[in-house]
Design a protein around this ligand. Structure first.
Ligand code: AMP
Ligand code: MG
Length: 492
């Protein structure tokens, strides 16, 4: 095909493919019949240094569909393993291809990956494909997470393939272009530790340090850089999990292959945001025992980090006993870091600038009342931010009014004005989140009726979640009471 764009903006590298060969298989995406663009994230394209008009052109669409490779691409499927619901499995990109790494105008490096791009040697029984609904769902939720300020992979585009995909029903096929700091998972380290040689494992660890934590190299010329790697990943994951808890985000499938060492949220399968505050909330239809319930997320993150730490043991210290002592100490830091970020975030949500030892009890009292009265998580903080309370059993209760007085007393004990507190709360409490009923409504119109306007309006509102205006008011409304709990399905 003739290149119509002189400078589409590609500035590629393929550093991952210089790792030992066990880490990947070289192969191109499987072409699709009749691709067309469903949605393109123009601001993200520009940030990456890519020309949005080029991506929307015939050539761009062929690239986003995996039918054409741009110069400088070196496509691979990555190998990894993982604990899925606690059980170890060999995995790998069964329906994804890493096209290249793009170096942005600001000199940041991102993986550009197609998801739904056809079978690979890691597909096991799967068809390597993805369907339109779940890819648009990933687009909406990942972009919303980014706007909320939560580290996440991002979505550059969704193309429909013009092909049908066979699931429980026949569905339209689609491919998502996913952008990530990298796709190095805890499961990639598990794969290296089990299938690789000592040199393979070291190569992966050194590569990860160079790519994500270059400061370690300078600081650790004489120290233990692999222990530092562990500590850095613990720090990022503890901070990330705290952000999930603070916004009521439930990942739904926190398997070790779905946890990346860069600390971004990845793999939007059965995830969803909690409406009513209920710590036991589970959305995923396959999470029968509630392993990945809201309140379990910090524990599971720590468990996954334990699996990560085990893989690093031979690098941290050849003496097993000493290595385990060092690892144990590092892992025990998780709780401290997590609690620090969580408490800090909760104080901000309540407009508190200073630290008092009674703050934790004040926060817990509020959460307990929210639980008792089945209050909506996001909208409770929204009401506190606006100082506007609807007539609900919760807000009308004497218990809430007693709590409210204690809280106001706490606020007036600080030097900052009430207005300062309100500004802090507005920055810390989203006025809108991707409510399940809104996401479903947008997907329904898109997939069933080919009408993308509902989704685009939702994306627009979600792009400024900390704005408090009439339109955001409308999108903060709760769904009408439904008959059963919301359920999400993954891997579709
Ligand atoms: P996930 O639950 O999306 O994290 O996927 C778990 C594993 O299953 C990964 O190795 C995926 O690549 C693989 N997988 C999911 N869906 C498919 C599919 N349709 N075809 C092939 N592999 C798949
Ligand atoms: Mg996955």
């Amino acid at each position: 095909m003739e290149t119509s764009y002189k400078n589409p903006g590609w500035n590629t590298d393929n550093s991952y493919s210089h790792l030992p060969e066990i880490f990947f298989t070289r192969l191109a995406p499987v072409p699709v019949q009749n691709p067309s663009i469903v949605i393109l994230n123009e601001p993200l394209a520009e940030y990456l240094g890519l020309d949005p008009d080029y991506l929307k052109s015939e050539e761009g669409i062929q690239i986003l569909a995996g039918n054409l490779l741009a110069e400088g691409f070196n496509p691979i499927a990555q190998a990894y393993a993982g604990h899925q619901f606690g059980y170890f499995t060999m995995l790998g990109d069964g329906r994804a291809i890493l096209l290249c790494e793009q170096i942005t105008p600001l000199k940041k490096r991102y993986d550009i990956q197609l998801k739904g791009s056809g079978r690979t040697p890691y597909s096991r029984g799967g068809d390597g494909r993805a369907t339109l609904g779940p890819m648009l769902r990933e687009y909406i939720i990942s972009e919303s997470m980014n706007a909320l300020g939560i580290p996440t992979t991002r979505s550059l585009a969704v193309v429909s393939t013009g092909e049908l995909v066979f699931r429980e029903t026949i569905l339209p096929g689609a491919i998502l272009t996913r952008i990530a700091d990298s796709h190095i998972r805890v499961g990639t380290f598990q794969y290296a530790a089990i299938l690789g040689t000592a040199d393979d494992l070291r190569a992966l660890a050194d590569y990860s340090i160079k790519r994500h934590f270059p400061d370690i190299i300078e600081a650790e010329k004489t120290g233990n850089k692999y222990l530092s790697l562990l500590n850095e990943v613990i720090l990022r994951q503890a901070s990330l999990t705290a952000k999930w808890q603070l916004t009521g985000f439930i990942h739904g499938v926190m398997n070790t292959d779905n946890m990346v060492i860069s600390g971004e949220t990845i793999d939007y399968g059965p995830c969803a945001f909690m409406d009513t505050y209920e710590p036991k909330t589970v959305f995923s239809s396959i999470d029968t025992f509630g392993r990945y319930a809201y309140s379990n997320q910090p524990k599971i993150a720590k468990w996954n980090l334990g699996r990560f730490a085990e893989t690093l043991q031979p690098l941290i210290n050849k003496n097993e006993e000493l290595a385990f002592e060092q690892i144990h100490e590092a892992l025990s830091g998780f709780d401290k870091i997590y609690n620090h970020y969580w408490l800090l975030g909760m104080r901000e949500k309540l407009g508190i600038f200073s630290e008092e030892h009674t703050d934790k009890a004040l926060i817990d009292d509020l959460l307990n009342l929210m639980h008792k009265y089945n209050a909506d998580y996001t909208n409770t903080f929204r009401a506190l931010t606006l100082d506007r309370f609807e007539n609900t059993a919760f807000f009308d209760s004497g218990e809430f009014s007693a709590w409210h007085s204690k809280w106001k007393e706490r606020l007036s004990s600080q030097q900052e004005s009430e207005d300062d507190s309100r500004q802090l709360m507005k920055k810390s409490n989203p006025s809108v989140i991707p409510r399940n009923h809104r996401v479903e409504e947008a997907l329904e119109s898109a997939v069933r009726e080919n009408d993308f306007s509902v989704m685009k309006q939702l994306l627009e509102v979600l792009s400024s979640p900390y704005t408090y205006d009439a339109e955001h008011d409308e999108f903060s409304r709760l769904p009408k009471a439904t008959s059963g709990p919301y359920r999400t399905f993954c891997g579709t």
